[in-house]
Design a protein. Structure first.
Ligand SMILES: C[S@@+](CC[C@H](N)C(=O)[O-])C[C@H]1O[C@@H](n2cnc3c(N)ncnc32)[C@H](O)[C@@H]1O
Length: 359
């Protein structure tokens, strides 16, 4: 968590307000949990994309979160588990009475955040990030309507609970516990239970120095060769036993897989992309394609791609011009407004004289 990360209002998501279970789509999940989470949208989307990646790759294992507060990211993990084709349970560790005191290793900012005379490392709440077990259970089980059997609640200080915890195989370890002692203990006790290709996500890496120290000291002591992927200014993650993929560049719909598959199945001369120069650039940067390995990019406003694009830039055209190029597939790469652009792509495909798939 980072104290600056604004709680987003739930906007029009009122969990439980309709007959539809909340949080089926990525956007729905993000909205349904936003008001209960310290995570900003970028970190929430990243967590969701990681869960999806594990599903897509068939990596079995449970989700374990340490640092639940009011249950926002726990809800996200619960909703991700519900839509997963792989059976997963979600383990939730928290004091459910707020953060304990930091120590000197957490630095001056943490001490200031804790308040005077409260940086002694005692297992006493500093009354920050408080979410009671009742609040969290009500949110997960009543508001989000997730089945009780999805969750294992482990209330108490990690220092008391982790030493005797019989850990299950972990596909996703989400550590959102701020302080050196807490983060270090989570890594010491649980890293070995993360399955090959599982992820370890540190929510506070960029924000609290104790979290960074804990991770690097742990990695150094174990002589682990880990690389971290940074997401925004706070989150970082690593993948066990394998180089992490580049940061998720869309809303968890495995865009990279779609792009690679589309190019392989149809050939570059039959694939068009719809939307989002940023995502296209990220795919190029990550080496999944270059400007010439595609028929072109459809954009409502081709002029915003700029005049200074290099010689291998893609052809960027308006939707109506795309028809004459006869794509076999349109891959939607936009990350913002995905639903709208996806609908537009479907409508466009319907007006084409031949069959066009929309991915
Ligand atoms: C930033 S909050 C978690 C935010 C949450 N993931 C969300 O979605 O908003 C950090 C949580 O870690 C818990 N925590 C940190 N260290 C702990 C420890 N040693 N034992 C138990 N709980 C701890 C605190 O109680 C607090 O709820």
């Amino acid at each position: 968590m980072s104290p600056f990360s604004a709680r987003r209002s739930g906007s029009n998501s009122k969990p439980g307000a309709s007959d539809e279970p909340p949080g089926v789509t990525d956007d729905g999940i993000i909205q349904a949990v936003a008001a209960h989470s310290f995570l900003d949208e970028e970190r929430a989307r990243s967590l969701l994309a990681i869960a999806r990646q594990l599903d897509d790759e068939g990596v079995a294992g449970n989700f374990v979160e340490l640092g639940v507060a009011r249950g926002g990211s726990a809800g996200l993990l619960g909703l991700a588990a519900r839509r997963s084709p792989i059976p997963r349970r979600v383990w939730l560790f928290d004091s459910f009475e707020g953060l304990p005191e930091p120590t000197e290793r957490d630095g001056a900012e943490a001490a200031a955040y804790a308040g005077p005379r409260r940086a002694g490392g005692q297992l006493l709440t500093i009354e920050r990030c408080v979410g009671t077990l009742d609040t969290v259970r009500t949110f997960l089980l009543d508001a989000l309507r997730l089945p009780a059997q999805t969750f294992e609640f482990v209330p108490g200080w990690f220092q008391d609970m982790l030493p005797t915890f019989d850990a299950p195989p972990i596909a996703l370890l989400h550590i959102d516990a701020d302080w050196y002692d807490s983060v270090r203990l989570c890594l010491d006790r649980l890293y070995d239970h993360v399955v090959p290709a599982g992820y370890v996500v540190l929510d506070d890496y960029g924000y609290w120095e104790g979290c960074r120290k804990a991770f690097h000291e742990f990695a150094a002591e174990r002589a682990l060769d880990v690389s971290l992927v940074r997401v925004g200014s706070c989150q970082a993650y690593t993948r066990k036993g394998r180089s992490p993929l580049p940061p998720p560049i869309d809303r968890g719909v495995a865009i990279r897989t779609k792009v690679v598959d589309a190019l392989r199945l149809f050939g570059p001369e039959r694939v068009m992309f719809y939307g989002a120069g940023r995502e296209f650039a990220a795919l190029c940067e990550a080496g999944y394609l270059d400007g010439r390995s595609t028929l072109g990019v459809i954009d409502d406003d081709p002029s915003r791609w700029g005049a200074e694009r290099g010689h291998d830039a893609p052809l960027v055209i308006a939707p109506e011009a795309a028809r004459s190029l006869r794509p076999a597939v349109i891959v939607v790469t936009a990350s913002g407004c995905w639903d709208r652009i996806y609908r537009q792509a479907v409508e466009l495909a319907a007006t084409m004289p031949h069959r066009v798939e929309v991915w």
